[in-house]
Design a protein around this ligand. Structure first.
Ligand code: ADP
Length: 192
């Protein structure tokens, strides 16, 4: 199995690249942001709980997020691997993911981080907001808060997997196909 964490700030292109990686490697894409938006659009109790946090650009509490992620993984055991997108977003979630994968004697294969500057991110997200229908993409102060949360709470996840020799930085600016090529080169290297 190959279990990838697609990592990087909001708006760094994780969703776009994940869709292309799914095509090439047949992995299951699990985006916690997409899962929350699905719950939200169906007004489920989980969606209602997540809404306030998402609207402010804060993290949804770990117990909720980890439970949701766990259900998704457990419901899809027979896949060649997973692409985790938007998860883990802090150290608690990283430890939970490692423990979850260990239950089936699996592990994170690699964390691939798309590197994009703050200014580029804000520009991209504001552009996406015009068509994405995401309230958290329309307000620059919410976008800035998501970037702050990323820097404070999420970047330690990179160091956590870096210490295990599993973290790689990928230049996230340029043509979509070129970035895809860089990701594939890393994955093929891991796959041996
Ligand atoms: P982006 O990466 O563009 O900020 P996502 O679609 O990954 O957006 O997530 C949108 C929102 O969903 C986040 O701002 C947060 O409120 C919530 N969320 C997504 N994933 C997690 C997570 N792993 N832990 C806590 N909250 C999360």
């Amino acid at each position: 199995m190959i279990n990838l964490i697609l990592f990087g700030p909001p708006g760094s292109g994780k969703g776009t690249q994940a869709a292309m990686l799914v095509e090439r490697y047949g992995l299951l894409h699990i985006s916690t942001g997409d899962l929350f938006r699905y719950e939200l659009s169906n007004d489920t109790p989980l969606g209602i709980e997540a809404r306030g946090y998402m609207q402010k650009g804060e993290l949804v509490p770990d117990s909720v997020t980890i439970g949701m992620l766990r259900n998704k993984v457990k419901a899809n055991p027979d896949v060649p691997g997973y692409i985790f997108d938007g998860f883990p977003r802090n150290i608690i979630q990283s430890e939970a993911l490692d423990a979850l994968l260990e239950e089936t004697e699996q592990a994170v294969s690699a964390l691939l981080m798309l590197e994009v500057s703050d200014e580029e991110i804000v520009k991209r997200i504001v552009g996406r907001g015009a068509t994405s229908g995401r309230a958290d993409d329309l307000d620059e102060s919410i976008i800035r808060n998501r970037i702050e949360v990323y820097k404070k709470e999420t970047t330690p996840v990179f160091d956590y997997y870096d210490r295990l020799g599993k973290a790689k930085k990928i230049q996230g600016v340029g043509a979509i196909e070129a970035i895809f090529g860089r990701l594939c080169a890393e994955i093929d290297h891991i796959n041996g």
